[in-house]
Design a protein around this ligand. Sequence first.
Ligand code: NAD
Ligand code: IPM
Ligand code: MN
Length: 324
Amino acid sequence: MAVIPGDGVGPEVVAAQLEVLKATGLSFEFSEYPAGDNHLEKTGQAMPDETIKGAQAAQAVLFGAVGVSAAKVILRLRAELGTYVNLRPSQAFKGVPCIHPQTDIMVVRENTECLYAGIETRLTDDVTTATRIITKTASLRIARHAFEYAKTNGRKKVTAVHKVNVLKITDGMFLDCCRKVAPEFPEIEYEEALVDSVAMRIVQRPEEFDVIVTTNLFGDILSDLAAGVIGGLGLCPSANLGDEHALFEPVHGSAPDIAGQGVVNPSAAIMCGAMMLEHLGEKQAAQKVQNALETCLTQGKTTRDLGGSLSTMEMAQEVIKAMD
Ligand code: NAD
Ligand code: IPM
Ligand code: MN
């Protein structure tokens, strides 16, 4: 297992995650690799080759968070590992204070293109541009993944989220691809919706959504939005998946406003651990970690962002106790 703790709260949530993973009794080897702002300051490099190689050689990668060098680090990793899917669940937990306790949304985010292509130009002193790339290959692939996900996980509906009223050609193609795939899954309801109104509906009526499939930037924004209605970013893990590699990271960033205080919520990172176990075929252990975490959340054994009083490590210890 390659472990990239990163900056800010990254190392804090990863430490908690590793404690929980070690308590499963499974014998993983964890090799730590540097990346991020701190490493940049020390060495002049945010993303050392050694870290890329370590991640590529590993069975799976656990990532914490990095700060301002995030684009150089996490986008590079996603590209080098060929992880074209980003699964971002936002599920409300019993007993956790939130706006909408019935929320259970899986955002299936395209993870390789869109405005993340990195093509920005300063044309003149006045004019700058960014290129939004949408390909048929990536759109068909993500649409298929979303429907497959829905089918194998007992989900009922896939909503393709777009902005085709403005982005006629790019989102036109994205939607064409979703429409091509949808009939291959007749048991799954298919719906299309504009991203702006989806944002409003997630705030008011998140229960209208099940699986959302969308392009890279909309997926980034909607996953933080969905986190907001279930209690915050401390509760949202994510899985970056490709044909050969898998990287698990919380949806949140390095949270510099609370870093170093030992109060960051480790739940997202702990759920990343459970997602990794599931991915590796360790279903029982994955379920055990997830159940233990949910027990703690339900009993209010949480960090202060959810109204609890535990430190990050105390919460990890409570999860471990609940696993026995
Ligand atoms: P953020 O996700 O770091 O924090 C947003 C807010 O949510 C903050 O108030 C923070 O304290 C709170 N928060 C986040 N995670 C939490 C947790 N687990 N428990 C409790 N509270 C939590 O977003 P930001 O502040 O906009 O970005 C900070 C830095 O992180 C930026 O430099 C950004 O580029 C980077 N970033 C990195 C990643 C990544 O490494 N994958 C992801 C997102 C942002
Ligand atoms: C995320 C982050 C990254 C993204 C940034 C840090 C490059 O916001 O993982 O959600 O936009 O994908
Ligand atoms: Mn984000």
